[in-house]
Design a protein around this ligand. Structure first.
Ligand code: AMP
Length: 338
């Protein structure tokens, strides 16, 4: 197969002379992948047998290039599915891509580590970045275009792209308590990316349940013409929710971390018979006893995110938790009733 990349990406990675480690890296991943660049003078850079089928994935760095491609696709009657990510991609992210592809969409992923949603600069600095591996994964899962903008492209100097919505309690509970400002930054970047890509469908993971709830509220408040699709949380074999942060877990913490999902499952089994408050307290104790440092374990209504006291009090109940495994902060959730 061939991996077609746009000149923008070649320029970005200084790949024009084809001696970049990036290309070598790609070739190490799969000997079958070739690099072909439609407009580069030294193109085609193909490394694969010509008889193999061409699978094209475009890589754009500039808003204008991405929008020109989206416009061409739309002119051909295609619908656009979009999955925003911060990179360091894994199979959880790929499920968003696969769902969009299965829906018949031309699928766009963005890779952008958004500085405005990190309240701790050290967290931003430590955020894993694996662009070459990400590109291959996206390509192999059927993604049609990747948007990898610079900070200036997303936040053009002198232009205020921030949005100022009142999310009521939605951004104040749970993550909102421990990561002040996070959801304002998240909502702003998702809105900005939606404005750039103009997708028909937006694919987001249940893994970040509060984020998804806030984006749903933003779409409602701003009357955005996009369908929000929730993808189920993808897990490792031992139940740990896949996360880019898992890469930073020590071996010890990696072995303890599945207790988070086990505790959520225990809560799911227990809520029918016990009040939520007792379950929350015991869940925190279970997480601590395992060697984790939980920040919260809340049982909430799946739309309002307000606390639910008993099984009968809501038709949609979710348990959400955040806990430190060593220095790595992990979040997870489980739907208890729907
Ligand atoms: P992130 O790169 O962490 O900002 O995540 C990008 C998107 O992938 C978000 O919509 C996440 O909810 C989703 N996502 C992350 N991890 C998972 C997972 N384990 N399963 C399903 N979706 C996920």
């Amino acid at each position: 197969m061939f991996l077609n990349v746009s000149c923008n990406y070649l320029k970005m990675c200084k790949l024009k002379d084809m001696v970049s480690p990036c290309i070598v890296f790609m070739l190490q991943y799969s000997k079958e992948i070739g690099i072909q660049c439609a407009s580069c003078p030294s193109s085609p850079h193909t490394f694969a047998a010509e008889s193999q089928p061409t699978i094209t994935m475009h890589i754009f760095k500039k808003v204008s290039d991405l929008q020109a491609w989206v416009a061409r696709e739309r002119a051909e009657g295609q619908r656009i599915g979009f999955a925003p990510t911060m990179g360091a991609l894994h199979d959880g992210h790929m499920e968003l891509i696969r769902m969009s592809c299965r829906a018949g969409h031309r699928t766009v992923a963005s890779i952008f580590v958004n500085p405005t949603q990190f309240n701790d600069p050290k967290d931003l600095e430590k955020y894993p970045r694996t662009p070459e591996k990400d590109i291959l994964l996206l390509h192999n899962n059927g993604c049609d275009a990747v948007f990898m903008p610079s900070v200036e492209e997303v936040y053009p100097p002198g232009i205020d792209v921030s949005i100022d919505l009142d999310f009521r309690q939605l951004d104040k509970v749970m993550e909102g308590v421990f990561r002040p400002g996070h959801f304002k930054g998240m909502a702003t970047v998702v809105h900005r990316l939606l404005d750039i890509v103009q997708p028909d469908s937006l694919y987001m993971g249940q893994k970040d349940f509060q984020q998804l709830t806030i984006v749903r509220d933003m779409i409602r408040q701003m009357h955005l013409k996009v369908e929000l699709v929730m993808c189920p949380t993808m897990r490792e074999a031992d139940g740990l929710a896949m996360s880019s942060r898992n890469l930073r877990l020590s071996a010890d913490m990696r072995s303890i971390a599945p207790v988070i999902f086990q505790t959520l499952q225990w809560a799911a089994e227990t809520l029918r018979t016990r009040p939520a408050s007792g379950i929350q307290t015991e869940a925190m104790q279970r997480l601590e006893a395992a060697g984790l440092r939980p920040e919260y374990f809340d049982i909430v209504d799946g739309i309002s995110l307000l606390p639910v006291a008993h099984w009968a009090d809501s038709e949609f109940i979710v348990a959400c938790t955040a806990a430190f495994a060593g220095e790595v902060r992990l979040i997870d959730n489980i739907v208890l009733k729907q």
